[in-house]
Design a protein around this ligand. Structure first.
Ligand code: GUN
Length: 285
């Protein structure tokens, strides 16, 4: 069997197009365009690429956007005071602090300082709590983007066995909550999990978010499974690869996401969707 490719680039383009049309309508009705401020502390090369992508995408859909570049020695107090200022600015609907932050800044304190209605990353305990209680508001972008992709497959999720590899706050945990809300039976695997391979072998849906190149082997994949690869790793030869051994997994899966061009573009498109949602909430408030 050769898997069908879940084309994140194409689905993200559709999503962006729909956001763009909604922004045009909002503006035509006399409202201001949604506004996003991205804060980058330091010069992490991967973060710089992500932030540039986010800025370009904002421009494409007609958002107002600002990038706040802060030096690596910015204090936590300075960052918190910038967030306070942005929380109070009416034209700012979304505030995104690019992670990781330098070691002297506490990510939890920073995340909690963003107003929950401007938390377009969905990382604030308020938004995570709402997702946990099945009353979601702003949902973390990567898992929400994965749900949009899964919808496109037409695969019925109800009662399916889903295995998530990785327990991070930004992917693994909210991914599990999303799949649970969609009525999957979920298993979250992590570095202490026993018999991980066997768990993957029984999974109808596998989400890999471990950060280890080609960690999931093709022969672990159950015939007909859906394989979602959240990883993006740069190999020594400069090429990019995911957390799944794509070529061998594609021989077993029914659906598979490529890297690049899978989950990555969906995360950015979903950030736009969330910022539009925040702008609509602010408009109606
Ligand atoms: N770093 C890696 N992924 C993300 C993300 O989704 N949001 C933020 N703010 N930082 C990240």
């Amino acid at each position: 069997m050769s898997a069908r490719i879940l084309d994140g680039k194409a689905i993200a383009a559709e999503l962006k197009d729909s956001v763009k049309q909604k922004v045009e309508k909002m503006v035509a009705e006399g409202n201001r365009a949604p506004g996003l401020v991205v804060i980058l502390v330091g010069e992490n090369p991967a973060s710089q690429v992500y932030v540039r992508n986010k800025q370009n995408s904002c421009e494409q859909v007609g958002f107002y956007s600002e990038l706040k570049r802060l030096s690596v020695d910015t204090t936590q107090a300075e960052l918190l005071s910038l967030i306070d200022e942005l929380n109070g600015r009416e034209e700012v609907d979304g505030i995104l602090v690019q992670l990781p932050l330098p070691g002297h800044i506490d990510e939890e304190t920073v995340t909690e300082r963003i107003l929950p209605t401007k938390d377009v990353d969905g990382f604030h305990p308020y938004n995570m709590g709402r997702l946990t209680l099945r009353m979601p508001l702003l949902r973390p972008c990567t898992p929400k983007g994965v749900m949009t992709m899964l919808e496109k497959t037409g695969v019925d999720l109800v009662g399916k066995d889903a295995v998530i590899i990785g327990q991070s706050n930004i992917v693994g945990r909210p991914m599990a909550l999303e799949l649970l809300a969609a009525r999957c039976t979920i298993t979250i695997c992590h570095s202490k999990t026993r018999d991980l391979e066997e768990k993957v072998r029984n999974a109808d849906i596998v989400v890999a978010a471990v950060g280890v190149p080609k960690f999931v082997k093709g022969e672990w994949v159950k015939p007909g499974a859906t394989v979602i690869d959240v990883g993006i790793n740069r190999l020594d030869d400069g090429t990019l690869c995911g957390d799944v051994d794509y070529d061998s997994a594609a021989e077993h899966a029914e659906w598979i996401t490529p890297v690049p061009g899978g989950v990555g573009p969906m995360t950015v498109a979903t950030l736009l969707e969330n910022t539009l949602q925040a702008a609509e909430m602010h408009k109606d408030a």
